[in-house]
Design a protein around this ligand. Structure first.
Ligand code: MSK
Length: 671
């Protein structure tokens, strides 16, 4: 048991690991025990870019007294450690950005088909958001002139919007339209540095070219393109997919649900959706509720159908439909080990190849659905098709139902599951803080200025089997809450918060300092706001921008007492996300390990160097308590610069004072 507690703090996961051991099933933790990370690769100091290597350039050990100090090795081509580490780091940014932007392209292509009425099952659900987004793309939302002005039909707006959005992927010059959403001062920094992203694809391609053998060999120049590429994700692909998904599937609003393996039901057909594409899951959510489908499940001896999710496909249908979540990244094998999972339906990203083997040990069908992500040994491939999405969804659900009678292993579903309130989109937070009429982030700023809320922290990212599952997330989050720092969360970090009860309004009294607890109680919100999937980190960028525009907290994102961290990150997407937050002016700390430690020169540049340019910086801290301290220290530093560091009585702002602050913010915007 002691060892299990080192692997995961989640009791449901511990129970499943015991079952796995008893049944002879290998999991990621077993493989992690056998395979230690390569120390040189871990710190980014291995170059595999040509066939003359790999060249390893670790830092030489410090010579003992009397010994001659060994010289720092360089690559065969003469590449210095800082160039090698920077190229590896940049390639992580490119890969992460490509994952988000390629996802986004798929969403945009579906959006075009929906706009033309050529799909099955989809619709334009959020017309208000369609009109808001259309303005940012210079798409008219009215027709006629003078007294004859009428709202333009939503289909016409969507069709034009779809064409403009799709062009942004292949755009070769100019600026991505969402750049204009950022505070003016931020845009100027990007322009001055020459890193405004031109299109969603070009920045990835150029970064891959520049990291090819013998091209860009100046780490600072490489990191500039790294910033430009990452911005094409945060203020490009990710933002586009979040917006279009909201328009088609509905903008999230507070929704109740449950999280952890206990959401599975022994007497139901259990289906888990796993990955990052909400397109098919949207239709599966419809299919499992159809009376004929429920009757079909009953005809096979089940009481009904239990749909659940995992990773970010889960976050998408959780936020919009309250579909429960069976767990975060490290739960994927464990869900099969329950013996109760009839189908694991996967799309793209964060999916273990081992699922095929684990599924074979049970009766679970591993259903792949995306031509970009096949798995050798998959049970069945049912490709998604946006013109017949509901039919495809029905086929997937029938596969699961047909598999229900085949259960053979002893079923053991852990009891753990926790209620959660999710669905805090940028728009919902604005509404909750200011109401529908005068909706604004000002109330949040007001409480930050008054000191009830010390600051804002984004806690995002994955699980990593090299650290105790969820433990760093929980330590950092609890420490922040205790210090009156409100937490915005996405991805597997948000799921972790849900598993231990931090996504309920009631948890505020237990975990928050008095100021934050009072705010949460008054507004009726949890102290950790679940804002969605990995692509929804763009919602955090929008929230930060809204704080700047509401006034009173400076004129740029870098002025805000706001920070970010990924205590248990593991994926390249996390590096892309970190880079776009740093380039947007945020202090970002990563835990577990950091892929630049092979070069002190590059690590210093990612920290101090980027801070001097962008007012945001990278940092690495493996100890979660220390990480929380660093985050709070940066928040306090920002408060000091803003002159709001002294504890003071809350000032009740009247309309005139509020108007004055808003005008000051607007004036700063216009400069
Ligand atoms: S799913 S990228 S493990 S957050 Fe988005 Fe979780 Fe990280 Fe995948």
């Amino acid at each position: 048991m002691a060892d299990l507690e080192k692997l995961t703090m989640d009791e449901a996961a511990q129970a499943m690991l015991k079952k796995a051991a008893a049944e002879g099933i290998e999991t990621i933790w077993d493989r992690a025990e056998k395979m230690k990370p390569c120390p040189i690769g871990e710190e980014g100091a291995c170059c595999r870019l040509c066939a003359q290597g790999p060249c390893r350039v670790p830092k030489p050990k410090k010579a003992k007294e009397g010994e001659v100090q060994k010289k720092q090795a360089v690559g065969l081509c003469g590449a210095t450690p800082e160039t090698i580490v920077a190229r590896n780091f940049a390639r992580m940014i490119a890969a992460g950005t490509s994952a988000h932007n390629d996802h986004s392209r798929g969403v945009a292509l579906l959006f075009k088909e929906v706009a033309h009425g050529r799909t099955q099952g989809y619709a334009i659900k959020d017309v208000t958001k369609l009109r808001t987004v259309a303005r940012d793309w210079d798409v008219a939302i009215t027709v006629g002139e003078g007294d004859d002005v009428k709202p333009r039909p939503k289909e016409a707006i969507a069709q034009e919007l779809a064409d403009k959005v799709l062009l942004a992927f292949g755009q070769q010059s100019g600026e991505l339209p969402y750049v204009a959403r950022a505070p003016k001062k931020r845009q100027e920094i990007w322009r001055k540095e020459g890193i405004v992203p031109r299109g969603c694809d070009i920045e990835v391609v150029e970064l891959m070219h520049r990291t090819h053998m013998g091209v860009d060999q100046d780490y600072k120049n490489l990191m500039k393109q790294g910033a430009r590429c990452a911005l094409s994700d945060g203020w490009g692909g990710s933002m586009i997919s979040t917006d279009l998904q909201d328009i088609m599937f509905g903008c999230p609003v507070p929704t109740a649900s449950e999280i952890n393996l206990g959401v599975l039901k022994e007497d139901h057909v259990n289906i888990i959706i796993h990955g990052h594409e909400p397109l098919l899951p949207e239709m599966i959510t419809v299919a499992v509720q159809e009376p004929e489908m429920i009757q079909y499940a009953q005809s096979k001896g089940a009481k009904g159908i239990q749909l659940a999710g995992m990773c970010c496909s889960a976050n998408e249908i959780l936020m919009r439909h309250g579909v429960p979540v069976a767990g975060n990244y490290l739960h994927q094998e464990l869900a099969i080990i329950t013996g109760a999972l009839d189908a694991l339906v996967v799309d793209v990203q964060c999916i273990f190849q081992s699922l095929a083997n684990v599924a074979k040990c049970y009766h679970t069908k591993l259903i792949t659905t995306d031509p970009r992500a096949r798995i050798e040994g998959e049970s069945v491939y049912i490709p998604y098709d946006d013109h017949h999405a509901l039919d495809v969804a029905r086929k997937v659900v029938r596969e699961a139902i047909d598999n229900f009678p085949n259960r053979r292993a002893p079923v053991m579903i852990p009891a753990e599951s926790h209620p959660t309130i999710v669905g805090f989109s940028y728009e919902t937070i604005r509404y909750l803080l200011g109401g529908s009429i005068r909706g604004s982030y000002y109330t949040l700023n007001d409480n930050v200025i008054g000191g009830r809320i010390r600051g804002v922290a984004g806690v995002v990212g994955c699980n990593n089997c090299r650290t105790t599952q969820d433990s760093s997330h929980m330590t950092v989050i609890k420490e922040l809450l205790k210090n009156d720092v409100i937490v915005l969360s996405t991805g597997c970090a948000a799921m972790a918060a849900g598993k231990y009860g931090l996504l309920t309004p009631e948890s505020a009294v237990k975990y928050c300092g008095p100021g934050l607890a009072e705010i949460c109680e008054t507004v009726g919100i949890p102290p950790v706001l679940h804002m969605g999937a990995c692509v929804d980190n763009s919602r955090i960028l929008m929230a930060a921008t809204a704080c700047v525009k509401a006034g009173g907290l400076g004129t740029d994102i870098s002025d805000l007492p706001a920070v970010g961290c990924a205590p248990e990150w593991m994926s390249e997407k996390a590096i892309a996300i970190g880079q776009y937050f740093v380039s947007s002016g945020v202090y970002v700390v990563f835990g577990v390990t950091f892929p630049s430690t092979g070069s002190d020169i590059l690590t210093d540049y990612l920290g101090q160097g980027m801070d001097e340019i962008y007012g945001g910086r990278w940092d690495f801290e493996a100890d979660p308590e220390e990480m929380a301290k660093k985050l709070i220290a940066r928040i306090d530093q920002a408060r000091k610069k803003l002159g709001i560091d002294k504890a003071r009585e809350r000032v009740l702002y009247d309309m005139a004072m509020r108007r004055e602050l808003e005008e000051a913010a607007r004036a700063a915007e216009e400069v």
